[in-house]
Design a protein around this ligand. Structure first.
Ligand code: MRU
Length: 347
């Protein structure tokens, strides 16, 4: 892995000269720095260590990682290349548990490989790039569909980062916000999103890079904001959507959904169909990533004899009954608890 510090607008992932350039999101907004990867296991580490985040971006990074693994291992012309490849797939699959796009991309790339006769390298590299481009196209389509649903709503609140940084480009929730703001001025609010501060460090930075004004709020100000009547819609992305429409997304989304119901604010979830996991009947089956207490526990409590610990689930599940609309590139599902998700299935 090498690095470069030239600014390249808002792109989480760039594929250049058969290398994956990954914007190190841990350094934003202070520094724009790209790490350059050629090894699948190093990309797995970039996912695990949160250099690249957001469900679609993780999936796309994994797709490129699979292609790079094929390139390296197939070239060695060794009968056991497939075993080495399978071992790298396992490392990628273990990088983070909640976003289904990772597992979708690994399966998609493995299925593609199984269909190829002869040298698979070029076709696999091309297929990873296709997955990347398809994600951007899906985001643009969702942007238009979501903006139509918003009509002339003025006040929008988003949570975490579901923008260009979390996807192949343009964004899911932020894609809708981009498209909506292009049609008319809106007041955009972003929750800071503790503990990793994706809202404060990524979302408002990304919006400002696109000349979209935004107001940051502490997560704990959300109820007050809703009560003040300044927002009509909450717009979020998703890490995994179950077959019944329950949505796993960044911790705090469920709290916002409950508050929204109380205050008569509507909740829009925006995600490509690659985020829907029809194998999960309901949200309670989704594995929720738990991260280290040290992410927000003051150091003075780190001692093993300390009576103070921290509980740090980094996603939660919002039940479908609290969701007004799910926007995908294949269409919009209003009131998912009544409508169901089956129309979005690709059989
Ligand atoms: O822990 P992260 O930063 O990977 O979590 C990101 C989110 O939860 C996003 O809201 C979600 O992946 C949707 S991204 C379009």
């Amino acid at each position: 892995m090498t690095g470069s510090s030239n600014k390249l607008n808002v792109h989480a992932l760039l594929w250049q000269d058969e290398q994956l350039h990954v914007l190190d999101q841990r350094q934003l907004p202070e520094a724009v720095f790209y790490d350059v990867y050629t090894e699948a296991v190093d990309i797995a580490e970039a996912i695990r260590s949160m250099r690249v985040r957001g469900a679609p971006a993780i999936g796309i990074a994994a797709a490129y990682a699979v292609a790079l693994s094929v390139k390296k291992n197939f070239k060695q012309n060794d009968a056991s290349w497939k075993d080495k490849f399978d071992a790298e797939i396992k490392v990628l699959a273990a990088s983070r548990p909640t976003a289904v796009n990772l597992f979708w991309a690994l399966t998609e790339m493995q299925n593609k490989l199984a269909d190829i006769e002869g040298d698979p390298i070029e076709a696999m590299l091309d297929y990873a790039a296709d997955i990347h481009q398809q994600d951007i196209a899906a985001n643009k389509a969702m942007g238009e569909l979501g903006a139509e649903v918003l009509a002339d709503a003025k006040g929008l609140l988003t949570h975490c980062n579901a923008g260009a940084l979390a996807t192949g480009g343009y964004g899911t929730a932020l894609g809708v916000i981009r498209s909506a703001v292009a049609k008319m001025p809106r007041n955009v609010f972003a929750g800071e999103t503790r503990p990793w501060l994706q809202g404060a460090r990524l979302t408002v930075w990304e919006l400002a890079e696109d000349d979209i004004a935004a107001t940051l709020i502490a997560d704990s100000a959300a109820a007050m904001l809703m009560k003040s009547g300044q927002i009509d819609w909450i717009i979020v992305g998703a890490d995994r959507i179950a077959a019944n429409g329950d949505v796993a997304n960044k911790i705090g989304t469920y709290s916002l959904a409950v508050l929204a119901k109380h205050h008569g604010v509507k909740l829009m979830v925006v995600a490509p169909t690659t985020t829907i996991d029809f194998a999960m009947q309901e949200g309670s089956q989704i594995e929720i990533e738990q991260r280290a207490a040290s992410e927000f526990l003051p150091d003075c409590y780190a001692d093993e004899n300390s009576l103070v610990d921290a509980w740090n689930p980094v996603f939660d599940v919002t039940p479908a009954e609290l969701i007004s609309v799910i926007v995908t590139e294949r269409g919009v599902v209003f009131n998912p608890v009544e409508t169901g998700m089956s129309e979005l299935k690709n059989d």
